[in-house]
Design a protein around this ligand. Structure first.
Ligand SMILES: Nc1ncnc2c1ncn2[C@@H]1O[C@H](COP(=O)(O)OP(=O)(O)OP(=O)(O)O)[C@@H](O)[C@H]1O
Ligand SMILES: [Mg+2]
Length: 263
């Protein structure tokens, strides 16, 4: 295999067992540099558990995760972040009593593998990154507001900015539009498109299927920890198992009409 053909990320027969429960069960897929992959599936399908495995917060019990050809399955989360993988969480995660700018500053600082220790010495290199990162997510509000006082979209954008500030090659996003209204979903879509256009690979987990299919040229659907579909979004609405266990007939027809209308 030549260096150019090594996938950015390769999950090989990955399993995550919680006692008797296989949250992820023998799952394999590859992702190329700069590629966008959408992951869907019912509640409890194992989507977040897969992110926990890739990001090292809850390592695989079997199988391997390769990043740029290197086995990262046993690395600590911080080392995986420094290797170039960042993530956002299903629920908001930010320092409530720090300002927007300071939240991103902390992420930029800890995302650097060559930071100065001990103590939090924020050099110009870190500061330069902060405003550029907030620009990249389309931040329009006050950058000195406290994170805990932000409305829901801004909190999600801030979490995204924190992940981006670590300069990832791969960004994992867990339900970025959960709880957002249609206008807010459009704003998040614009942010994700802007990030993707810079060449960062993205894996998106999302239940809002219009968002998922509009952004992802390839989707993967999980059920009981396993992959039940992998392919173009147009194939979803023709897949009997995906319709039966996830979409349902009505939503499947509406999604098909939406995609037919040029999503
Ligand atoms: N730390 C844990 N300990 C035990 N079981 C867990 C743990 N984390 C997740 N699970 C179980 O693993 C299964 C998969 O959960 P997971 O959160 O990965 O699903 P999901 O696809 O992200 O669902 P949702 O769409 O609701 O977010 C569920 O049955 C869940 O209860
Ligand atoms: Mg989840």
């Amino acid at each position: 295999m030549t260096a150019a053909s090594v996938p950015l990320l390769s999950c090989r027969n990955v399993s995550k067992q919680f006692g008797a429960l296989a949250a992820v069960n023998d799952l394999s897929f590859d992702l190329a540099a700069g590629e966008m992959l959408g992951i869907g599936g019912p509640n409890g399908a194992g989507k977040t558990s897969l992110f926990e495995v890739i990001s090292g917060l809850n390592p695989a019990t079997a199988g391997a995760v390769l990043f740029e050809g290197r086995d990262i399955s046993r690395l600590a989360p911080e080392a995986i972040c420094h290797a170039g993988i960042a993530r956002t969480f299903q629920l908001n995660a930010s320092f409530e009593r720090l300002s927007v700018r300071d939240n991103v500053r902390v992420a930029a600082y800890f995302g650097r593998s060559n930071r100065l220790m001990p103590g939090l010495r924020l050099g110009r290199a870190v500061d330069d990154q902060v405003d550029a990162t907030l620009d990249a997510v389309g931040w329009r509000g006050d950058r000195n507001s406290l994170a805990g006082q932000l409305p829901v979209l801004d909190r999600k954008l801030l979490m995204l900015a924190g992940a981006l500030a670590t300069s990832p090659k791969l960004l994992l996003m867990d339900e970025p539009v959960g709880g957002l209204n249609p206008q807010e979903i459009d704003a998040m879509m614009e942010a994700v498109r802007r990030i993707a256009s810079t060449g960062i690979a993205i894996i998106l987990i999302e239940h809002v299927m219009r968002f998922l299919v509009a952004l992802s040229p390839r989707v993967l659907i999980m059920h009981h920890g396993e992959k039940i579909y992998e392919g173009p979004p147009q194939g979803l609405v023709k897949d009997r198992q995906v319709i039966d266990v996830y979409l349902g007939e009505g939503a499947s027809q509406r999604l098909g009409a939406f995609m037919g209308a040029g999503a």
